[in-house]
Design a protein around this ligand. Structure first.
Ligand code: FES
Length: 129
């Protein structure tokens, strides 16, 4: 696996901050996002579990105004930022797809070794915003 660039730095991931990135799964391009919630850095695929559309509608906004949930901009499904569980909305009970991360020397990387084997990813992730 070629050396990958960090998705973000730990320092820039302040509370409520999110950063989008792309990576490839086979030939398919996947968009993900890293976010900081209650001091914890989490990452999920940027796809609602109700319909296959991005949560942020391309706007780069994932959190509700009060910062307690991720919100889908299309029909307002609310997701727990720690687990990705949809707690309210048309897909209640379903979970966002998590993306494993590793942190080294203050840098945040996608962790290919912890990707589920059925969803093994390839290619180098690139930050998009
Ligand atoms: S597409 Fe996300 S709640 Fe409907």
């Amino acid at each position: 696996m070629p050396k990958q660039s960090p998705l973000a730095t730990v320092e820039e991931m302040t509370e409520g901050r999110s950063v989008k990135f792309n990576f490839k799964r086979g030939r398919k391009k996947i968009e993900g996002f890293v976010a900081c919630y209650q001091g914890q850095v989490v990452a999920f695929e940027n796809e609602c579990r109700h319909l296959p559309v991005s949560l942020d509608y391309g706007l780069g906004r994932f959190f509700t105004r009060d910062g307690r949930y991720f919100i889908c901009q299309t029909h307002s499904a609310l997701y727990d930022p720690r687990s990705g569980l949809c707690v309210e909305g048309p897909c209640a009970g379903q979970k966002l797809k998590p993306i494993p991360l590793k942190i080294k020397d203050g840098l945040i990387f996608l962790d290919y070794n912890r990707m589920p084997s059925s969803t093994k990813s390839t290619g180098i992730p690139s930050r998009t915003g």
